[in-house]
Every structure is written in structure tokens, then in C-alpha cells.
Design a protein around this ligand. Structure first.
Ligand SMILES: *[C@@H]1O[C@H](CO)[C@@H](O)[C@H](O)[C@H]1NC(C)=O
Ligand SMILES: *[C@@H]1O[C@H](CO)[C@@H](O)[C@H](O)[C@H]1NC(C)=O
Length: 606
């Protein structure tokens, strides 16, 4: 009898041990969360007891070294009350995404999640005002997306106290009243399509119009509508106009990306793939130049819900019309070459639109949400000297970026290409227009991506496209945060400069150096040796220009095709040349800031 009882106790003990080991409290918390949700049983059927949430089978659960760090519960048609107390028990939770579900009612008490860094509630039906002090406890918050809900009332003042806040997306709600004064250095801000009114605080004037459109009552920069005196009197506009560019944001992005990449890995493990392949063959029928473009479509229990079912492309800019992967597969394709970020080909679609499809092989550590957000931000750019992407295609193992094709090709091609085009077509006024356009494009990027270490990062003449009338368009910009750090060295020109090669450090001054190379290249007409990764071939334009300047032999640098008897023009060429020399100082402290370089370029006359 005693033996039986002992045996019974032992069983209980084992049961207890089993319970505490594999059925941890965090597992219970997640199961409680699931129970609190309408549709949780159906959408989260992969959340089952006795299997660890970090085993890779729990939909949307992101772990890092066995610790739950994120819940990415997008597109699951979830609704009902959210058991925030259960969420608060998950100690490592940093990212919470409920994007595109059916939640409604007042904002849940997410402010109990004191360590949360990303709170993404885009596209639900949350409504009502958010208490003014709601965000007080959320000191770690970096990214808040509330877009596409029905929030009203004023923008909570407590948001202005979050020192780490970088991304604030409140678009498509019904927020009203004044915009509070954000002193933080926000990287990304969207307040469009609300009911906001009054002056835009000076600290936000560096964002583009797109961040504010759809609020009829707003005035002041960047909007065209100026404020009445009575409007400005109640705004304590802070002036950040003179602030230096630059911050440690690049590093912070990478931290976020590491978390997201774990999610991507998880989905890779969970999904089975079937590949549809097609081959685009170069028109010059050189078999070796054939490029295979594999377009994978996902089939798999979890992946199917998350991924675009047709494996199609996502339009981010419809100014050139809407097209799909089908259109592109029917297109006549031609290989264009291999840039730093991957190979590119040209596709002439049946609707007449000609596009460049770039495979971004090196952009391979990015989660879909981050990539999508970044591409959409690119897609909203409207600047005469920036190429705006049209669409992208995202798969874990394949990312394509689609932009409009420019028949003239790149500045590099026009300067050094072999199609028998003489430099003489590139007169001094045209070269100056190209350099000024590049400077204006950079000025825009330095506002739009002002917190990036490298707002461009890949500035070289082959990434400057030319329109029919020689207006330059910058491409391949702002990729640094998207690129896997250990391939950035191969993929981005900024990492081939002395800043990185000698000092292992890239800064905004590195972009200035790259601008300097282009200036010297345009003035001399020479192929810069700097573009060769092994330094062989071409002309070391930096060395040549610096020694010529110190020896007073500057005139010899000017492309013979440009030589002119007009001393005024020649002086202006020399003025531009000296800017190029200043920008390519080996010691980055001696280079002008980008803003200053742009100002000096604008002063050069034809
Ligand atoms: C939102 O989620 C639903 C499934 O609940 C899906 O059908 C729909 O396509 C999603 N919308 C977007 C824009 O992703
Ligand atoms: C906010 O919306 C609710 C309805 O969802 C309404 O009752 C309330 O009056 C609105 N508040 C403001 C300040 O507009």
C-alpha cells in the first residue's frame, strides 16, 4: 500500500517537474493571450501547450536565444479584448505587432509593457482619445505605428517625452488640435490625413509635405500655406535648422533589424517553397550574361497567410501606372550589368513602360515589415533629382527593386561608356547642371534621411542616372540600414573610401568624399581609379587633383573637351574643381559638411 502511495507521489513530482520545465509561465501567458482573443483558436492554432513557444512552430512568436522578444501577429483577423496583463508577464517582449487585425475600442493598456520598443497597431479599428499621459511609462519606445485606426482627440503630450522615439506614424486617424512640440530627433514621421490644425512646430519643418498632407488646418513649413500671426503666436517653434546632421541611428536600426531577421528566419523554417523560374536572356545573346531571375511563390501552411499569395510585386509609386509580375514576365529583357548591390536588367513591358529590375542580393537580412516600410518611404519621395522606385518584390531569398528605365543611362556611362559618344556633348553648362542636380538631390536626402550615418552611402557616377535633358537622378541611396553589415563593405561605395579602408569608420563626411570624386570625375572626364576595388586602372583623380592644386597646375586637370577661351567659364570650372578637392580631403574633418558643399556648388556659375 505504501509502495503504491510512494509511486503516486513520484508521478506527481514528475508531472510537476514536467510542468514547470516545459510549460513555463510565459507559455501560459501566451495561451492566456490566445484565449482572450476572438479568432485566437483559429488563427493561433499553432500555439499549443507542451511545445515551447521558441521551438519555431508558434506563429508570429519571435525568440532570441530562447527568450521571447517579439510577437508579430499581423493579418490574422484577430479581435476582442487583449489580455495585456498576460503580455506584461513576457519579460523579454520588445516588439508587439497587431498590424491589420480587427481590434476595436479604446487603446488597451499597452503602457503596462514598460520595456516595449516597437508597438505596431496599424490598420485596426481602435478608437477614441488616448490619455495625455498614456506614454509616460514607455521610456524605451522607439517605434509607434497607430496609422489607419479611428483614434481621435489630441496627440498625447507624453509622446514628446520619449527620448528614444524615432518613428511615429499616426496617419489616417482623426487626431485633432495642435501638433505638440517634438524635441526628439525623429527619423520618420507621418501625421497625414488627420484633423490637426495650427502651425507645424519648427522642429518638424524638415519633414516633407507628405508627413502633413490631409490636415486642412495645418500651416507653416514644409507646407506652402504660411501661418497667420495669430497662428504662430501660440507655437513655440524650436529651431533645429542649424543642428548638425548625424547620429548613432544607423547602429540602432541594426539592432531592430537583428530582431526582425530572426522573424524572417522563423518563417523560412516554417514555410515550404515552390519555385517558379524564368530566365531573362541578354539581347546580345552572350550565354554567360544570361541572368536567371527566380521568382519564388510560397506554399505553406503559415507562409500562405503571411506572404503575398501570388508572389507578386508591391507597387509603392503609381505615377507610371500599375503593373504586376505577369506583365514583367512577358517583357523583353536585357541584362544591364552588375552593380554593387546585385545584377540589373531592363524589361520593356507590353504597355510601353520600360523598367529596370535590380536584384538586391546583398539586402538579405531584412524582415518584410521593415523592408516594406522602407520601400514605401522611398516610394513617397518626389524630387526632381531622386529616382523614386515604382515597385518591389520581396521574398526571403529574393528581393527585386523596380525603377523606371532612363534611356540615357548613367553619368558613368555617358562619361566613360563605349558607344562612341563624344564628351563634347557634355558641355560645361551641362556638366554644371549635372553636378548641381546631384547636389540638390543630396540636399533632399540629407533632410529626408538626416539621422542616417550615410543618407546616400553608394554615391558614384554609375548611380547617377540621366534624363533625356541631362537632369541627374540619384539612385541606390539610403540602403545602408538595409544591407547586411558584413556585405556592406562589398556592396556600398562608401566602404571603399579612405574613411573605411583606413579608419573603419563611415560618416556623413564619407558621402561628401564620394561627391568630391564625382566632381573631379566630371571636371577631368577621367575614370577615377577609386571605382576599381583593386585600385588598378583609371586615374587617381584625388591624388592628381590635390598635387595639381598645390603646384598651381589646376588648369591641366580640366577635360580638354571643356577647354574654353572664356576666362570666366574657366574660373568657374576651377572653382568647382576646388570644391571637389576640398570634398576629397583624406582627413574627413577637413572636408566641408554636406550642407556647406552644396551651398558652394550652388554658387558656381556657368
Ligand atoms: C489584412 O488581413 C486580411 C486577413 O485577415 C487579408 O485578407 C488582407 O489582405 C490583409 N490586408 C493587407 C493590406 O495586408
Ligand atoms: C471621439 O470619438 C468618439 C466616438 O468614437 C466620440 O464619442 C467622441 O466624442 C470623440 N471625441 C473627440 C474629442 O472628438
Amino acid at each position: 500500500m505504501a509502495a503504491v502511495r510512494f509511486h503516486h507521489h513520484l508521478l506527481l513530482l514528475f508531472f510537476h517537474l514536467f510542468f514547470t520545465l516545459s510549460y513555463s509561465t510565459e507559455t501560459q501567458s501566451l495561451l492566456r493571450l490566445k484565449q482572450s482573443l476572438v479568432n485566437g483558436d483559429r488563427s493561433l492554432s499553432s500555439w499549443i501547450p507542451n511545445v515551447s513557444p521558441c521551438s519555431g512552430t508558434w506563429l508570429g512568436v519571435v525568440c532570441f536565444n530562447g527568450v521571447i522578444t517579439g510577437l508579430h501577429l499581423s493579418d490574422l483577423d484577430l479581435s476582442g479584448p487583449i489580455d495585456v496583463d498576460a503580455l506584461a508577464e513576457i519579460r523579454g517582449l520588445r516588439t508587439l505587432s497587431f498590424i491589420n487585425n480587427s481590434f476595436s475600442g479604446p487603446i488597451p493598456a499597452f503602457n503596462k509593457l514598460g520595456s516595449i520598443k516597437s508597438l505596431l497597431l496599424t490598420q485596426n479599428r481602435f478608437s477614441g482619445p488616448i490619455p495625455n499621459d498614456f506614454f509616460d511609462p514607455l521610456n524605451s519606445l522607439k517605434k509607434l505605428w497607430l496609422s489607419g485606426n479611428r483614434f481621435n482627440g489630441t496627440i498625447p503630450q507624453s509622446l514628446t517625452q520619449l527620448d528614444l522615439l524615432k518613428e511615429l506614424h499616426l496617419e489616417y486617424n482623426s487626431f485633432s488640435g495642435l501638433i505638440p512640440n517634438f524635441g526628439q530627433r525623429l527619423k520618420s514621421l507621418d501625421l497625414s490625413f488627420n484633423k490637426l490644425e495650427g502651425p507645424i512646430p519648427g522642429s518638424l519643418a524638415t519633414f516633407t509635405v507628405d508627413s502633413f498632407v490631409g490636415n486642412d488646418g495645418l500651416c507653416g513649413k514644409p507646407l506652402v500655406k504660411a501661418c497667420e500671426v495669430s497662428d504662430t503666436s501660440y507655437s513655440m517653434a524650436s529651431n533645429v535648422g542649424e543642428e548638425e546632421y548625424g547620429s548613432g541611428w544607423g547602429r540602432k536600426v541594426i539592432v531592430v533589424l537583428v530582431v526582425v531577421s530572426v522573424a524572417a528566419l522563423l518563417f523560412l523554417l516554417l514555410t515550404r517553397k515552390r519555385r517558379v523560374e524564368f530566365t531573362a536572356v541578354s539581347r546580345n545573346s552572350n550565354a554567360e550574361e544570361a541572368v536567371e531571375v527566380q521568382v519564388a511563390s510560397v506554399r505553406g501552411s503559415v507562409g500562405e497567410r503571411r506572404e503575398n499569395k501570388r508572389g507578386d510585386i508591391v507597387m509603392v509609386n503609381e505615377t507610371r501606372g500599375v503593373f504586376g509580375l505577369q506583365d514583367m514576365m512577358k517583357a523583353a529583357a536585357e541584362v544591364l550589368g552588375n552593380g554593387g548591390l546585385g545584377s540589373a536588367y531592363k524589361a520593356a513591358m507590353t504597355n510601353g513602360l520600360c523598367v529596370v529590375v535590380k536584384r538586391m542580393r546583398e539586402v538579405n537580412k531584412i524582415g518584410k515589415e521593415v523592408f516594406d516600410a522602407e520601400m514605401r518611404q522611398f516610394g513617397r519621395i518626389r524630387h526632381r533629382n531622386i529616382i523614386t522606385p515604382l515597385a518591389y518584390h520581396y521574398r526571403r531569398e529574393e528581393k527585386l527593386l523596380i525603377t523606371e528605365y532612363m534611356p540615357k543611362g548613367s553619368l558613368f556611362y555617358v562619361l566613360h561608356g563605349d558607344r562612341g559618344l563624344s564628351h563634347s556633348e557634355l558641355t560645361w553648362p551641362i556638366r554644371l547642371r549635372i553636378v548641381k542636380g546631384i547636389a540638390r538631390g543630396l540636399g533632399f536626402l540629407y533632410t529626408e534621411f538626416s539621422t542616417y550615418d550615410l543618407p546616400h552611402g553608394n554615391l558614384k557616377s554609375c548611380n547617377v542616372l540621366l534624363s533625356d535633358d541631362y537632369e541627374p537622378l540619384l539612385s541606390d541611396y539610403a540602403f545602408h540600414p538595409l544591407v547586411n553589415p558584413n556585405v556592406a563593405v562589398q556592396a556600398l561605395f562608401a566602404f571603399k573610401t579612405p574613411d573605411f579602408v583606413q579608419n573603419q569608420k563611415v560618416t556623413q563626411k564619407t558621402d561628401v568624399y564620394c561627391l568630391g570624386i564625382i566632381i573631379l570625375e566630371v571636371i577631368t572626364g577621367k575614370f577615377p581609379a577609386q571605382y576599381h576595388s583593386n585600385g588598378k586602372g583609371g586615374t587617381d583623380v584625388v591624388q592628381w587633383a590635390h598635387s595639381a592644386v598645390s603646384e598651381g597646375m589646376e588648369v591641366e586637370l580640366i577635360d580638354p573637351e571643356l577647354s574654353s577661351n572664356d576666362t570666366n567659364s574657366r574660373n568657374q570650372m576651377l572653382k568647382l574643381l576646388r570644391i571637389g578637392v576640398a570634398c576629397t580631403e583624406i582627413n574627413s574633418d577637413q572636408r566641408p559638411k554636406m550642407k556647406e558643399a552644396i551651398r558652394r556648388i550652388e554658387e558656381v556659375q556657368v
